[in-house]
Design a protein around this ligand. Structure first.
Ligand SMILES: Cc1cc2nc3c(=O)[nH]c(=O)nc-3n(C[C@H](O)[C@H](O)[C@H](O)COP(=O)(O)OP(=O)(O)OC[C@H]3O[C@@H](n4cnc5c(N)ncnc54)[C@H](O)[C@@H]3O)c2cc1C
Ligand SMILES: NC(=O)c1ccc[n+]([C@@H]2O[C@H](COP(=O)([O-])OP(=O)(O)OC[C@H]3O[C@@H](n4cnc5c(N)ncnc54)[C@H](O)[C@@H]3O)[C@@H](O)[C@H]2O)c1
Length: 447
């Protein structure tokens, strides 16, 4: 008789949890998963996937504004938010079904409900007491809500995909990924967008030259960006709109208010204190290189560890954990040069060091850049420009940073990141024949 009900009990059927469960089960482990909400987690249900689909909707709206340049006079059409919302929602449900199917075909038991850890090898969920040799916390993160009066009038990225109509006007609090992505989407779809950030810039971890250009593009498109300003409080006015007071004494009125000020780990109901699982700043579960917590039989992956909150990172961690313990295949995860992108309009994509980070690290660098108008924009009559920047280690010639702002930047960067990881030098880029006419060819033509 096995000592425990399961070899692995996973808390959270999101990106990291599902991957760990599937790989462990495929290796023959007896696996169970608890999920309090929908199977798929943040990325599939209320994050990357629906967001990217709204980006496609917004892109169509924006391109449509140039239709007369392409010979399509007199075919304006009107936008119906509910049609886009419902089509996105149907696609999300289809994907959720596929994830549920994956659990089923791998004989993974799914428990619906919030799990609580009640011992080093024991979990309570939906009235069941279950034991497992290993417990994996993959419970993700939730939107942080600032401590100001009237927060109940605001929404977060969790609710934006469910709105009944496109807000005519919206104030977005924050200057990170979510704020910038939704400012672009909602502006293209026709909302009047005001973005409020308490610092003097946006997207702190990205190269400042590119974020400054994105700010200029957003302003030229009519998005209002207010910096070094925060929200003091909000209330509903007699017309049902939201009246807001700002730290600089100004007042704003809008139809919607959205908070996008970061995400904090989902640990509230997990019982971590009782069982002795240590957490760090912002409630992130502390783990070692094997993703083991301070309790030897309990592990954590993904956003709940509050390190790099990206889906591919959560998936890689979940996969590595299952490989290590159930396939006897230990593999370390390299967290350097993780590619990332902001699906703003235009998108921003980056890998490696920014110019400021390279200089702060004392590396002598050569900087190459290209500021160009994409051919598509020239045809459309748009003056929006793209900007690519390469950071090169002067001593070795190695490319140590790539930063792209422009259409399709994330698609181009994913492949360029492979070259960078393989140790490509600037000379390798120079020696590669251009593929014309593309935007990506700018990367091999930087001089
Ligand atoms: C709007 C938005 C857009 C994003 N866009 C991108 C993007 O473009 N690219 C990218 O790489 N990343 C993006 N992210 C981040 C990405 O979604 C997360 O990094 C990723 O989902 C983390 O995976 P995870 O497995 O750690 O947690 P999650 O996917 O969040 O899964 C955690 C699961 O645990 C469940 N859970 C929590 N507590 C319990 C409990 N006690 N018992 C049972 N179940 C529980 C939750 O319901 C959830 O389903 C985005 C996030 C948001 C919010
Ligand atoms: N494209 C992507 O990969 C993508 C997209 C969305 C989200 N994500 C992930 O989700 C995480 C959360 O996204 P996010 O945009 O909420 O957070 P973020 O960490 O990207 O940005 C938070 C922003 O809120 C501001 N802020 C923090 N506290 C504030 C307060 N009290 N008042 C006003 N402003 C405040 C910060 O200055 C910062 O600009 C991201 O860090 C990212 O890892 C990734």
């Amino acid at each position: 008789m096995p000592q425990f009900d399961y070899d692995l009990f996973v808390i959270g059927a999101g990106s990291g949890g599902i991957r760990a469960a599937r790989v462990a089960a495929a290796a023959g482990a007896r696996v169970a998963v608890a999920e309090v909400s929908r199977v798929g987690g943040t990325c599939v249900i209320r994050g990357c996937v629906p967001k990217k689909m709204f980006v496609y909707g917004a892109q169509f709206a924006k391109d449509g504004r140039y239709r007369e340049r392409l010979g399509w006079a007199g075919t304006e059409g009107t936008f119906d938010w509910q049609v886009l919302r419902d089509n996105v929602s149907a696609e999300v449900s289809r994907l959720e079904g596929l994830y549920r199917q994956t659990l089923f075909t791998h004989n993974i038991n799914l428990f619906r409900g919030g799990a609580r850890i009640v011992g080093p090898n024991a979990v309570d969920v939906a009235g069941s007491h279950l034991t497992a040799e290993k417990i994996l916390i993959a419970s993700g993160a939730k939107p942080t809500i600032p401590d100001v009066h009237g927060v109940e009038h605001g929404i977060t990225s969790n609710e934006i995909f469910e709105l009944e109509s496109l807000p005519r006007s919206i104030v977005i609090i924050g200057g990170g990924y979510i704020a910038i992505e939704f400012a672009g989407i909602l502006n293209s779809l026709g909302s009047e967008v005001t973005l409020l950030n308490r610092t003097h810039t946006i997207l702190r971890s990205y190269d400042a030259e590119l974020t400054a250009k994105l700010v200029d593009i957003y302003r030229a498109r009519g998005i209002k960006l207010l910096f070094s300003t925060s929200l003091v409080g909000a209330e509903r006015d007699v017309n049902g709109r939201i009246a807001m007071e700002l730290s600089n004494g100004d007042h704003l009125v809008a139809d919607a208010l959205m908070f996008a000020v970061g995400r904090s780990p989902n640990i509230t109901a997990l019982g971590l204190d009782e069982v002795g699982v240590a957490t760090g700043p912002n409630d992130g579960v502390t783990v070692d290189a094997e993703n083991r917590t301070s309790v030897a039989s309990i592990f954590a992956v993904g956003d709940v560890t509050d390190r790099i909150q990206l889906t591919p990172v959560a998936i890689r961690e979940g996969h590595a954990l299952a490989d290590r313990f159930f396939n006897n295949r230990p593999a370390d995860i390299d967290y350097t040069a993780v590619p990332s992108a902001v699906f703003s309009d235009p998108p921003l994509a980056s890998v490696g060091l920014s110019e400021a980070a390279a200089k702060a690290a004392g590396i002598e660098v050569d900087i190459f850049s290209s500021d160009f108008r994409p051919m598509k924009h020239a045809l459309q009559g748009s003056c929006e420009r793209a900007f690519y920047k390469m950071i090169v280690d002067r001593a070795s010639g190695a490319v140590i940073g790539l930063h792209l702002l422009g259409p399709e930047a994330p698609e181009i960067l994913q492949i360029a990141a492979v070259a960078m990881r393989a140790g490509a030098t600037k000379q390798h880029f120079d020696d590669t024949m251009a593929l014309h006419p593309t935007m990506a060819e700018e990367l091999v033509l930087l001089r």
